[in-house]
Design a protein around this ligand. Sequence first.
Ligand code: PXG
Length: 433
Amino acid sequence: MKLDAFWMPFTANRQFKKAPRLFARSSGMHYWTAEGKQVLDGVAGLWCVNAGHGRPKIVKAIQEQAAEMDYAPPFQMGHPKAFELAEAAVALAPAGMNKLFFTNSGSEAVETALKMAIAYHRVRGEGQRTRLIGRERGYHGVNFGGISVGGLVANRKMFGTLLAGVDHIRHTHDLARNAFTVGQPEHGAELADDLERLCLLHDPSTIAAVIVEPIAGSAGVFLPPKGYLQRLREICDKHGILLIFDEVITGFGRTGQPFAAQTFSVTPDLMTVAKGITNGAVPMGGVFARQAIHDAFMNGPEHLIEFFHGYTYSAHPLACAAGLGTLATYAEEGLLTRAATLQGYFADAVHSLKGLPNVIDIRNFGLVAGIELQPIAGEPAKRAFNIFLDCYDKGVLVRTTGDIVALSPPLIVERAQIDQIVDTLKGAIQRAA
Ligand code: PXG
């Protein structure tokens, strides 16, 4: 097979094309490579296949929808499944977040939420609130708004000056105080007060919104210290700033509740989702909004468009069908709370890696874990990448970012499979010493 033409995303293209890793088939907890090797999925594809692969309800829904109606324009027209999916999804969302705007990815959900926040203030007569605040080491997709509020240097440095009027609060990663904590870290709630520093610098009346991931995923699994998210909520309320949770990874059951907002008992004003909304089967994202935010737009003549934003493929029929099949599967199998049942077992398993060579931290919550490694001197990211390749060779898919290994198995994972993931990782960490 010719591998030349496809310029691969977020991939070491030259390394890959010398030794390609091609998946050909998937079912349940597994992939099979083109050569027929079975690989246990330790990362739910890319944090998205929460119900496992090839689930019958989802497959059937997509097949039937493709035959019945391929596409319907989402502007000034509708189709029933878009409304059904929105109703079903808001029923899972935190109380009061009862509007859902559809996009096609997490990145688009982020752009949508940022635009919604700025426009919301404007329609209320606070058009001076235009600043957006993100957080160091945050990941909010790859479009210009998302990389501007994001805090991953590699994703920002090549792309010019980005959006103006953006600032960042400090990240919460603190190995000195929190290394090897099981679950939420004890130390660091006060880091939320960094938002007060930015309020003093810019004046809160210029700030539209703050966006954070309740648990940072891609940057390497950073958990919110106890009380941190509550504190952010309080500061936002005090200053009239909207709080946006980016739940692209944490949404749809990863933390033991449908959304991390529920797990951590903090309700944002806007919430971005993607990935698990369709179990990864068809691209889709969305933004949940509080009723009051939506209602602020519902002014002016009724024949005019209220929010000048949307995508050709917003609420695509195939995605809506997949979403309905996905939510039905989650409900039937209790998957949106299964991470809460398994998290004790999962925590014990991943923390058993403590003491292995070069393991400098282990973090976990629900069915997410991060294992941080001491980098090889002068060769950042190489140790973790070697571990990724070794695990793949031994039949387990993990994800790495820098020198952090991330685990986020499908929510259908069984205890024996958790053992297999952790045992394989253990061998790879030992060999990478
Ligand atoms: N927000 C968050 C919190 C994400 O994790 C996005 C937005 C963007 O979603 P899309 O659908 O546009 O990719 C994400 C995506 C990794 C990894 O290595 C994670 C993501 C994407 C690629 C790699 O952990 N998350």
